[in-house]
Design a protein around this ligand. Structure first.
Ligand SMILES: *[C@@H]1O[C@H](CO)[C@@H](O)[C@H](O)[C@H]1NC(C)=O
Ligand SMILES: *[C@@H]1O[C@H](CO)[C@@H](O)[C@H](O)[C@H]1NC(C)=O
Ligand SMILES: *[C@@H]1O[C@H](CO)[C@@H](O)[C@H](O)[C@H]1NC(C)=O
Ligand SMILES: *[C@@H]1O[C@H](CO)[C@@H](O)[C@H](O)[C@H]1NC(C)=O
Ligand SMILES: *[C@@H]1O[C@H](CO)[C@@H](O)[C@H](O)[C@H]1NC(C)=O
Ligand SMILES: *[C@@H]1O[C@H](CO)[C@@H](O)[C@H](O)[C@H]1NC(C)=O
Ligand SMILES: *[C@@H]1O[C@H](CO)[C@@H](O)[C@H](O)[C@H]1NC(C)=O
Ligand SMILES: *[C@@H]1O[C@H](CO)[C@@H](O)[C@H](O)[C@H]1NC(C)=O
Ligand SMILES: *[C@@H]1O[C@H](CO)[C@@H](O)[C@H](O)[C@H]1NC(C)=O
Ligand SMILES: *[C@@H]1O[C@H](CO)[C@@H](O)[C@H](O)[C@H]1NC(C)=O
Ligand SMILES: *[C@@H]1O[C@H](CO)[C@@H](O)[C@H](O)[C@H]1NC(C)=O
Ligand SMILES: *[C@@H]1O[C@H](CO)[C@@H](O)[C@H](O)[C@H]1NC(C)=O
Length: 805
């Protein structure tokens, strides 16, 4: 019942006025969702009243009606607005409510959890690093003509450009029907009938919470699956774009692109929007629909802005929906976050999620110029060289003003061609400045290019102004003219001193930056990539779970772009872009999982994640740990030895992941047992999952570390303990494994047995005893290796803080 005090006048056209007092809340109710009841009936299911003899869809309708009844019997009509009913993965709803209404629902018998909707953001960064550009990891992919065929990868993202050649099904070899997939393709004026095909099999959008909160603007956000941002087109094409699509930007060809699983199908669930990002309610609705539609894999290049409030990061509505997706057989691959390089910055928390860190690969597009005095300066810019081998005279923009030219401050940013005297500039290379305005879109490279073209200049040399040098990395920037951006203060000074000293006779040759250079260095953890250890709650207490799980290329990744995309002004109007983020790493993993699934269709989500992890590499060819770009006070790169808190199990090795030999498997019950180990969580766990914690563990009390993961993480090893693990063979033949151990500092490790032979489809228990030998102030790292007689290598990282008493 509602008290008059709480009454807020609010009609459907007045949400703007209600915004101050209302927010989007997610409300989870007692009782299982359809996945829990029908997909994989859980025997221990509790004594909840269930209408018997209902079909899954009848049960779903029944749940929806209970949501409506709860709301309408509690609040006066018009004082709230239900946005979504969730019934497939979680039993609950999302609604626009006042804080008092949320409080009232929280007190209700039927309600298990009330959570204010936290916005989520795309995990993309615009501060690419100086060094190393990505490997198109797509090149690892051998048989492009078949790779990933039959698998549907679902992406929750900013939508898709359906006209992009990466998503055409007009290919030499026709695509099969995605027969298991049940999703639809929405239609709208800007997303007309026929936008989907046998490659892009589904496209839907979710915006109720964005609309209700007043952030949605149909003009720029589109009430359809169309990608007005660019991010979704990029991630989808990285996961499963067609093979052999030419990457052409500003007339320059950068080679050919391919998704990691080029023959897989794509289903897009738009729940994120340019500008404000997205709301968890819209994302949860998207995840529900994707699982209902029977996608095989979910790729989420999104995450919260910080640990969700509450008792545990693992018990948020978002994470609970992902747990249910996993129960339904769908592996969720999620970006680790771009909050690095600081400790505890991970933004993907739960053990049922495969959290992906981003690496910097070995490809760069170096650009440089040679001055008339033979000095050479390095720079950046995806641009062609000045024509021929000759030198060209340079002219500083402010020296080329028209007589009547204005005395505007920023003439050197070259934004307005009519300020300059074309006779002075023609045939020369113009010198312009590159400042902070370019990073945030105030000044644009397009306008510089316009200026150069209008004045018939040959090209442009841009020097970095002092507001940017050393503080911001300059993103990869394409130019349709000969060009270079000098990034360093020293380089800029060298240029200007020479220009000044040459008395208008300064000359230059720009070498161009359109050609890739490969350094053959091993991958490094990207500076922006979020780091572990995994925080368990608001107070950043540590969960004994290794995060991130795996690393993949995520720095300067070329992939498809929406030509109306607003997300990166450098690539405005282009069909491809080169951008960075754990967002870019995540679909690499989703694509590789599709490849594993083709070879091993029955693997559980946990087993798939295990296959990626145990075969990853965390050391270089000399056995030294992969390097990580660590904190520094400026844009210079501080490299140090990486740890599992930086790269998880290491950089993905797709070849090895297809045939891991052994897997560490786990299922829903194991995850619930894990949740029961979180101090103080048993009541919430029971209310959320319907399972009583004391019933889940047969004899001994389980610890979080005991969850059967392909890693061991102990944040406070104060006494000796035995950590159990179970491996399952998914190899075709029997194999004998021997164990080798590399102990972390401060702990002694023994494993029983040290050798075993395992038959296909059978399991082997390992008993790992870990004893602290001295006290350490910070985590130390080791691993154990199971080396098989048939060549399988299964590596398990160990992270421990030892406390010896
Ligand atoms: C694929 O689906 C279309 C339309 O649903 C149907 O006409 C066609 O026969 C199917 N093709 C195959 C190979 O199953
Ligand atoms: C929606 O976006 C358009 C284009 O940017 C803008 O002109 C319009 O004012 C916006 N509407 C609202 C309500 O913000
Ligand atoms: C620059 O190098 C070229 C070739 O090495 C040489 O011929 C020329 O004299 C040099 N110019 C100056 C100014 O040093
Ligand atoms: C500054 O640039 C000049 C010309 O490229 C180079 O010779 C010199 O080594 C640079 N100095 C530093 C400190 O990087
Ligand atoms: C460019 O400069 C001309 C001449 O000063 C001026 O009339 C015009 O408004 C400027 N255009 C822009 C876009 O600033
Ligand atoms: C170049 O010369 C101009 C005018 O003489 C002066 O204002 C400027 O500071 C000089 N720049 C450099 C880098 O020496
Ligand atoms: C950047 O910071 C590092 C230390 O973090 C320092 O060694 C280096 O000199 C700095 N570089 C510049 C250009 O300030
Ligand atoms: C990746 O795995 C393959 C197959 O096991 C192996 O030959 C290769 O050396 C691995 N690559 C790295 C970098 O570890
Ligand atoms: C679980 O639900 C019951 C009944 O609504 C409630 O009394 C109890 O406080 C809840 N427990 C927790 C830990 O939220
Ligand atoms: C827990 O176990 C007890 C005894 O075996 C049983 O009576 C009870 O129903 C179980 N509770 C749940 C929620 O499964
Ligand atoms: C580690 O565990 C011991 C024993 O349970 C406890 O006394 C100590 O406070 C813990 N240390 C931390 C940092 O949690
Ligand atoms: C192992 O199990 C898989 C899937 O259940 C089955 O296809 C395969 O034939 C089994 N292999 C052996 C050697 O029993």
């Amino acid at each position: 019942m509602i008290s008059p005090l709480l009454f807020v006048f609010c009609t459907s056209v007045m949400y703007w006025t209600c915004q101050a007092s209302q927010h989007v809340y997610m409300v989870i109710l007692r009782g299982p969702s359809t996945v829990h009841l029908f997909e994989d009936p859980f025997q221990d299911s509790p004594q909840i009243y269930l209408p018997s003899q209902l079909s899954p869809s009848e049960y779903a309708s029944y749940l929806v009606s209970t949501h409506d009844v709860l709301l309408s019997s509690t609040f006066r009509e018009g004082t709230y607005k239900k946005l979504y009913s969730f019934s497939h993965l979680v039993n609950g709803f999302s609604a626009l409510l006042t804080a008092q209404q949320a409080e009232i629902l929280d007190q209700s018998e039927e309600v298990v959890l009330v959570e204010r909707d936290n916005k989520v953001t795309k995990q993309t960064t615009y501060t690419p690093t100086y060094l190393g550009l990505p490997a198109g990891a797509w090149q690892d992919e051998g048989g492009a003509i078949n790779a990933g065929e039959g698998i549907v990868i679902g992406l929750v993202d900013t939508g898709i450009d359906p006209t992009h050649p990466s998503f055409s099904d007009n290919t030499l070899k026709p695509y099969p029907n995605a027969s298991r997939y049940e999703g639809v393709c929405e239609e709208a004026t800007e997303f007309p009938k026929g936008s989907c095909n046998k490659k892009l099999v589904g496209a839907q959008h979710f915006a109720e919470a964005a609309i209700a909160s007043g952030e949605f603007n149909a003009t720029i956000h589109f009430a359809s699956p169309l990608d007005g941002d660019g991010h979704g087109t990029h991630t989808a094409s990285t996961a499963a774009g067609n093979n052999g699509v030419e990457v052409k930007v500003d007339g320059i060809s950068f080679g050919f692109a391919s998704g990691m699983a080029p023959r897989a199908h794509i289903a897009i669930y738009k729940a994120l929007y340019p500008g404000f990002g997205g709301f968890t309610s819209d994302v949860v609705a998207a995840i529900e629909q994707a699982v209902k539609d029977r996608v095989d894999i979910l790729s989420l290049s999104i995450g919260p802005n910080g640990p969700p409030p509450g008792i545990s990061t693992c018990l948020s509505t978002f994470d609970m929906a992902m747990l249910s997706a996993s129960k339904a057989g769908v592996l969720v691959v999620q970006a680790a976050g771009n909050a690095g390089p600081y400790s505890h910055s991970i933004l993907s928390f739960s053990p049922w999620i495969c959290s992906v860190a981003a690496s910097v690969h070995d490809r760069t597009y170096p650009n440089s110029l040679v001055l008339g005095n033979n000095a050479s300066i390095e720079g950046t810019g995806l641009a062609s060289a000045t024509p021929g081998d000759g030198m060209y005279t340079m002219i500083l923009a402010s020296d080329a003003l028209r007589e009547d030219g204005s005395d505007l401050l920023d003439v050197n940013d070259c934004q307005n061609s009519s300020l300059f005297n074309a006779d002075v500039v023609k045939g020369k290379v113009m010198i312009c400045s590159y400042g902070i305005d370019y990073l945030f879109g105030g000044s644009s490279i397009n306008d510089v290019i316009n200026t150069i073209n209008k004045l018939s200049a040959v090209g442009v040399v841009m020097f970095a102004t002092s507001d940017i040098e050393g503080r911001f990395s300059i993103p990869a920037t394409p130019f349709s003219i000969p060009a270079i951006i000098i990034q360093t203060n020293n380089g800029s000074k060298t240029l200007l001193n020479y220009y000044n000293a040459s008395n208008q006779a300064a000359t230059v040759r720009i070498k161009g930056g359109a050609n890739a250079k490969f350094s053959h260095e091993t991958p490094k953890v990207a500076k922006f990539s979020s780091r572990g250890p995994d925080p368990e709650n608001d107070n950043l207490q540590i969960a004994d779970i290794l995060k991130p799980n795996i690393m993949a290329p995520g720095s300067n990744i070329w992939a498809g772009w929406s030509s109306i995309g607003k997300d990166s002004h450098e690539f405005k109007g282009q069909q491809f872009s080169m951008i960075s983020g754990t967002s870019m790493a995540t679909p690499h993993i989703a694509g590789i999982v599709a490849l594993i699934k083709v070879k091993n269709p029955t693997l559980s989500p946990a087993a798939l994640s295990s296959a990626l992890a145990t075969t990853a590499f965390s050391v270089d060819e000399h056995g030294n740990p992969l390097l990580a770009q660590n904190p520094s006070s400026n844009t210079s790169i501080q490299l140090g030895p990486g740890t599992p808190f930086d790269f998880g199990a290491g950089e993905v090795n797709a070849t090895a992941a297809l045939d891991p030999g052994l897997v560490f498997d786990a299922g829903f019950e194991d995850y619930v047992r894990f949740l029961c180990t979180i101090p103080g969580a048993s009541g919430v766990v029971q209310n959320l999952t319907g399972i009583e914690c004391k019933n889940t563990s047969s004899s001994v009390t389980m610890l979080a570390t005991d969850l059967n993961l392909p890693s061991i993480t102990i944040s406070n090893l104060s006494s000796s303990r035995i950590v159990p693990r179970t491996v399952t063979s998914i190899a075709r033949d029997s194999e004998t494994y021997t164990v080798t151990i590399t102990e972390p500092n401060g702990a002694q490790i023994a494993i029983k047995p040290m050798e075993f032979t395992i038959a296909p489809n059978s399991t082997q228990e390992l008993s790992i005893s870990i004893t602290p030998t001295k006290s350490e102030s910070k985590p130390s790292f080791g691993y154990f290796l199971l080396a098989g007689s048939r060549g399988h290598k299964v590596t398990v990282p160990i992270s421990i803080v030892a406390k010896s008493t």
